[in-house]
Write a protein that binds this ligand. Structure first.
Ligand SMILES: *[C@@H]1O[C@H](CO)[C@@H](O)[C@H](O)[C@H]1NC(C)=O
Ligand SMILES: *[C@@H]1O[C@H](CO)[C@@H](O)[C@H](O)[C@H]1NC(C)=O
Length: 512
């Protein structure tokens, strides 16, 4: 058994040719120095001269995890915390044990694609695509011993053992620290809890009402991204300005003292003085004002963004998407650059309010590569979000992007929930007013709610040309075909009648 697992593990590693979000290594290895007090993205490197084979080694994956708990599954992870040599290498491994009828509940890995093979037993697996892929399609497959299945980065997925015997699977993930967000825990078990009103509305448990048209501002944005920053290796790494340690960027603050203020800045509603030569004044949210240096700079009309994209970096000035081409690549193939004109970098209509006459009372108008072909390869896109009074942009994730958002009109209660390993799904919330800016780290579940009696308008930027959106309630309870009520009843610890009722609720996608 152990030999078999090791063999399969090696095969999985060898065949894992993944599109990692993790930054690429800049040397042969950078073994994590767990004793260092210096905090960086990931870990600082041990002196390479004292590195030994043990640093790349771990044992015990032949041992079954205890599946005695209520879900009947147990994930044994071998990530950078167990193999210090994984630091900067963009991969990790898991063994998963499933009792008969055991479930690995619906979850996402904010920083990784997963590839999994069944070693013993049988496994029913599935994942749900994002809202824009024809509306949360569910892909499922019954796996037997030796079968291999891939769960794309950031998408909600699950595994269920429908048999009468134990199942064992080995998986590999394209991050040294992929993170796990168990949907039920993150949504219903955050500390402090997400407000009942938000959850009731998100899951359509209570009735809704909210309409009214909005108006207002903003022109289009032409974005010029330098998408070469490294990708995050943990939920966030808030800049520690007090530290004297010099690295590329900033060292991280102790995560236990990070608070909502660190993702927050104010003052973007103040007009800059346009009296100088160029007759315009770009107000940047600068480093001094905003401690969350995950991303910076969001502009209103003219946006020049410097984002941490998961998207691959561009290899030329631009590569305008050729929508007419039949060739399929990651993104789109490039138009003949000689045919490219300014129109390719232009879109209009973000001054128009989205129609919020739907059950959640909000509308997201996205300007991504589908609307603006010039965004192809540039790792960024923009949204306008309209909220009716009491309107909600329900809990969702962007599998491929961090989001930075500023309030143009009105007021907004915003929040995000960290992954399971960050001290257990901490909820960060903040009340925003006009001009305030807030950051939602890559892949984490977040929401916005307008608690006021007037409409709200926000403009956001996302670090991907096609960030994707997964609305948790829709993806979990409204997939086509539905996820089995056995799986959901167990995941949410409710009876099947409740699940069937939730699945019967269907509402309009608020993404335009
Ligand atoms: C998984 O199994 C290990 C080893 O048996 C055990 O220590 C751990 O508590 C189990 N975890 C869960 C969540 O049941
Ligand atoms: C931009 O506006 C700020 C605030 O009004 C002002 O301090 C600054 O000098 C202006 N910069 C330029 C280049 O005009």
């Amino acid at each position: 058994m152990a030999a078999k697992i090791l063999l399969i593990a090696l095969l999985a590693l060898a065949s894992s040719h993944a599109l990692a979000s993790d930054p690429s290594p800049l040397q042969d290895f950078c073994v994590a120095d767990m004793d260092s007090k210096v905090r960086v993205n990931g870990f600082v490197c041990k002196d390479p001269t004292v590195v030994k084979a043990e640093d790349f080694f771990s044992t015990g994956l032949d041992k079954a995890g205890d599946t005695g708990k209520k879900l009947g599954s147990n994930v044994t992870a071998v990530n950078v915390n167990k193999i210090v040599g994984l630091n900067t290498l963009g991969i990790s491994m898991v063994r998963i044990d499933y009792a008969p009828k055991g479930l690995n509940a619906p979850h996402t890995h904010p920083r990784a694609t997963e590839i999994l093979t069944v070693i013993e037993g049988q496994l029913f697996v599935g994942f749900v695509t994002s809202n824009s892929d024809n509306g949360n399609r569910l892909f499922t497959k019954m796996l037997k011993k030796g079968d291999v299945f891939v769960f794309p980065e950031g998408l909600i997925h699950f595994q269920f053992n429908p048999g009468h015997t134990n199942t064992v699977a080995i998986g590999a993930l394209s991050s040294q620290n992929p993170g796990t967000i168990t949907i039920a825990n993150a949504v219903f078990g955050s500390k402090p809890p997400i407000s009942d009103e938000v959850l009731a509305k998100a899951f359509q448990i209570a009735e809704m009402a909210a309409k009214i048209l909005l108006i207002s501002l903003l022109a289009m944005a032409s974005s010029l991204a330098m998408a070469s920053d490294p990708s995050p290796l943990q939920d966030f790494c808030v800049a520690d300005k007090a530290s004297k340690v010099r690295v590329n960027g900033f060292v991280c603050k102790d995560p236990t003292v990070v608070k909502a203020e660190d993702f927050f800045s104010t003052g973007l509603d103040k007009a800059g003085d346009t009296g100088k030569k160029l007759g315009s004044n770009v107000t940047a949210v600068n480093i001094a004002e905003m401690a969350a240096k995950i991303l910076l700079i969001s502009l209103l009309a003219m946006a020049s963004s410097l984002a941490m994209a998961s998207d691959p970096s561009p290899l030329q000035d631009f590569c305008v998407a050729d929508k007419a081409s039949k060739v399929l690549v990651n993104g789109f193939v490039c138009k003949d650059p000689m045919q490219v004109t300014a129109e390719d970098f232009f879109a209009m209509g973000l001054d128009k309010a989205g129609n919020t006459e739907n059950k959640v009372g909000s509308m997201v108008t996205a300007v991504n590569v589908n609307k603006l072909a010039g965004l192809n390869t540039l790792g960024i896109s923009m949204v306008r979000i309209d909220y009716a009074p009491r309107g909600l942009n329900p809990p969702h994730t962007h599998p491929r992007a961090t989001e930075i958002l500023t309030v143009i009109e009105g007021q907004l209660l915003v929040g995000f929930v960290t992954s399971n390993t960050d001290n257990g799904n901490r909820l960060f919330t903040k009340m925003l007013k006009k001009g305030d800016v807030f950051v939602f780290p890559e892949g984490l579940i977040h929401f916005q709610f307008n608690p006021g009696h007037t409409k709200t308008v926000a403009i956001g930027a996302l670090s991907s040309q096609n960030p994707g959106t997964i609305t948790i309630a829709n993806a979990v309870f409204g997939s086509k075909p539905p996820i089995s009520d056995d799986v959901l009843a167990k995941a949410f610890q409710v009876d099947k009648k409740t699940v069937d009722w939730l699945q019967a609720q269907f509402w309009a996608d608020n993404n335009n």
